[in-house]
Design a protein around this ligand. Structure first.
Ligand code: SAH
Length: 378
């Protein structure tokens, strides 16, 4: 899965990276500007709840065409009077040179400087709204500091291991060459336990088939470490489940399902995110919220009100129709409303008071986290 998606020469994202209508799959930020705007509002609301720190980094993992950050930056611009004293920088983690060029075009109009190959910051620019942007291949190269992290349809692209319960215990499902058919791959069951079987299956696992993404676990641990140390928040949005699904590994090409073993590197490969695994991997370093369904999160963030404003401001019926259609795509439970989920990591003190010996002093109520409950407009 890793080779098929991110191999520097032949990987799907490196070569093709078909996000968008003309590509292989369309994502929520590509569908509607409202999606990114509401996420932008979420970060501003968390920044305010943290007491308006003097600086923050917005770190996006796998920004695709850059639309999400573009829409978030528009919100930051609209709220410029609120954010004027805050030093904001954007940090994009992207392995695909092709997509990073598209992002640079979208966010800076192409005004970027590339760095020598071994520099961890491989490109730099200034957004059209005047905010510095840096590009990295790995989150470990992003500077430490108070940060808001964003991963939309990123975790589902990280490689999984597949396992199957048998009479002789757990066995890993591996990919092999079919000896009968030239250039044909096939799934096989490992004849004995592999190191992955011994290391990646939770002792309390009850499913018969299971997919585990250790890279997602490592990444969440990194995020949790950073948030515990420096503060901020992480929002992870993806299709997924809470530890219940079994076989979700699939491919997409030209908006249609595609056999994952056929013509590797030419199709997007994906597996649902197991949020229960991510929660476990934070090892209690941060609090977690969710997963909650996309339609609930967006409703709580005020999508209905935003749609009304955009409809009132639009002049022609074609735009109004497009606004209603994209709202339906994002919210309809049969489309993206139910299968996409929002999940957040937050420092513990954001949700609970630290133990305090002196209970006589009245304490200000904790501000609810937007999106995961109804947005309070007070
Ligand atoms: N967030 C975007 C795009 C999702 S597609 C959207 O919602 O529209 C997945 C993105 O993650 C692409 O930009 C892809 O190039 C990037 N990507 C995939 N694997 C990666 C990895 N291991 N490290 C960094 N970026 C990766």
């Amino acid at each position: 899965m890793r080779e098929a998606l991110t191999n520097p020469a032949q990987g799907y994202y490196t070569r093709r990276g078909g996000v968008g209508e003309s590509g292989d799959f369309v994502t929520s930020p590509e569908m509607s500007q409202v999606f990114g705007e509401l996420i932008g509002v979420w970060y501003v609301s968390e920044w305010m709840a943290a007491g308006k720190p003097g600086a923050f980094q917005l770190v996006e993992l796998g920004p695709g065409r850059g639309s999400l950050t573009h829409d978030i930056l528009r919100v930051f611009k609209q709220l410029a009077s609120l954010l004027s004293k805050c030093d904001i920088s954007i940090h994009l983690v992207e392995v695909s040179p092709r997509l990073s060029e598209i992002q640079a075009q979208m966010l800076t109009g192409g005004q970027v400087q590339s760095s020598p190959r071994d520099d961890p910051v491989y490109m730099k620019g200034i957004s059209k709204t005047g905010i510095p942007i840096s590009w990295y291949r790995d989150i470990q190269d992003v500077p430490q500091g108070y940060s808001f992290y964003l991963a939309h349809e990123f975790f589902d692209a990280l490689p999984i291991h597949k396992f199957q319960r048998t009479d002789r215990g757990w066995r890993e499902v591996l990919v092999d060459e079919d000896p009968e058919v030239p250039d044909q791959l096939r799934f096989v069951l490992a004849p004995s336990a592999t190191p992955a079987t011994q290391n990646f299956i939770q002792p309390e696992e009850t499913r018969e088939h299971v997919e585990v993404c250790p890279e997602a676990g490592v990444l969440v641990q990194r995020l949790a470490h950073r948030l515990e140390k420096d503060g901020g928040a992480a929002l992870i949005a993806d299709y997924g489940h809470d530890g219940t699904k079994t076989d979700t590994f699939r491919g997409f090409r030209n908006h249609k399902l595609h056999d994952v073993l056929k013509a590797p590197g030419t199709a997007d490969l994906t597996a649902d995110v197991d949020f229960s695994y991510l929660r476990k991997m934070t090892q209690g370093r941060t609090a977690t919220l969710g997963p909650i369904k996309q339609r609930e999160f967006l409703k709580n963030m005020g999508i209905d009100l935003r749609l009304q404003v955009l409809l009132q401001n639009s002049q022609d019926t074609a735009t109004q129709k497009q606004l209603r259609n994209s709202y339906d795509m994002l919210m309809n439970p049969k489309k993206m409303g139910d299968c996409f989920n929002f999940f957040a990591l937050l420092p513990h003190h954001r949700l609970t008071y630290p133990d305090q010996k002196d209970n006589t002093q009245p304490r200000a109520p904790l501000v609810p986290v937007a999106g995961f409950g109804e947005l309070s407009l007070k």
